[in-house]
Unconditional design. Structure first.
Length: 344
């Protein structure tokens, strides 16, 4: 079966991968985008769709899913082809310098350039290691919140001490019938302001904090009813619960990316800061998957990387073409690509 030639393949449909479509589209470069998840959005959609983000330029506050929705709207003029629910299983350089890209569902592409925007790679939530927990996963034990409204007026227990655990503790506290935060230590990894807010809620009697570890479940007629916590004092405390949220972080796994012959530094892809190109010419990396001196894992940093990578990809694909820096406010070519030609 012959492979379809495409100008660029983007691996990863999180916010930075989506913005890469936009930056390439402005330069007249088409893209196919591949993601192992069944929908675009990456961690923003899968792990914290309702979480507020405050550092996106010109948006004082933006929900994570709202950001993804806005990015998808922004890239519509460029008609990128999405291959979702597919993992890239093979990436190799061809004799002509182009790239063979194959996925787990049989998609076969030949690409002029490849951008890896895979975030932390394939990720899995660290699970609640309690006997019988697996039977309740997805029903009463959760590793992400898709819709906060599903848990209003419920008895909730949140396990963990990082940003996700504390953010959801604060967000759900006054909407739940009861809420208990369980963490093995009195110290937290979350933002100090969020920790302070949680402690204020405890002091006001609106929630409880229990220092300890979850050790056992109680159920009646296949319904979760309680959680046993071994406290720091060595006592066992039973908490009435309808839903347990376990926010213990992720197992980041590069998966097949680790086998593609790209230079790594602590499970991240080394890139330069001019092109954001990896050790293989024509393969670029943007967002949390890459590393370089001074790297900051911020969405807005990934957007900057995508912009510079797009110009480098243009030069890689069309080395004889002279590059011009054009502005969307004044360039008729870019406005035509955006579908706003003739706009005042």
């Amino acid at each position: 079966m012959s492979e379809q030639y495409v100008e660029t393949v983007i691996v990863g449909a999180g916010p930075v991968g989506l913005f890469q479509i936009f930056e390439l589209g402005l330069l007249g470069i088409s893209a196919h985008i591949i993601d192992s998840l069944g929908q675009a959005g990456g961690q923003c959609t899968e792990l914290y769709p309702d979480k507020p983000i405050y550092d996106i330029p010109a948006l004082p506050i933006c929900g994570a899913q709202e950001l993804i929705d806005r990015l998808l709207e922004q890239v519509k003029p460029f008609n990128a082809t999405f291959h979702l629910g597919q993992e890239v299983t093979e990436l190799r350089v061809l004799e002509n310098g182009k790239f063979h890209v194959a996925t787990s569902t049989g998609t076969r592409l030949t690409a002029g350039a490849v951008v890896i925007a895979g975030g932390v790679g394939a990720f899995q939530a660290r699970r609640l290691g309690i006997p019988g927990a697996e039977a309740f996963e997805g029903r009463a034990i959760h590793y992400r919140v898709k819709s906060a409204g599903d848990f209003f007026n419920q008895n909730l227990v949140i396990c963990g001490g990082g940003d996700s655990a504390l953010d959801w503790t604060v967000a759900l506290c006054e909407k739940a019938r009861s809420l208990t935060l369980v963490h093995r230590r009195a110290e937290f990894r979350a933002a100090p302001a969020t920790v302070a807010r949680m402690r204020d809620l405890v002091a006001a009697g609106k929630m409880q904090f229990v220092q300890g570890n979850a050790v056992a479940l109680h159920n009646e007629n296949d319904r979760l009813t309680g959680l046993d916590v071994q406290t720091a004092e060595g006592q066992t405390r039973t908490i009435a619960v309808d839903h347990v949220f376990a926010f213990f972080g992720l197992h980041p796994k590069l998966g097949p990316i680790a086998e593609w012959g790209l230079e790594l530094d602590k499970k991240a892809l080394k890139v330069d800061t001019e092109k954001f190109q990896t050790s293989v010419p024509g393969i670029f990396a943007v967002g949390d998957i890459n590393t370089y001196p001074g790297k900051k894992k911020l969405i807005l940093s990934g957007f900057h990387e995508a912009a510079l990578a797009a110009f480098a990809i243009q030069h890689h694909l069309f080395p004889e073409k002279r590059q011009f820096l054009q502005y969307t406010t004044t360039s008729p070519i870019m406005q035509k690509r955006l579908g706003v030609a003739g706009a005042a």
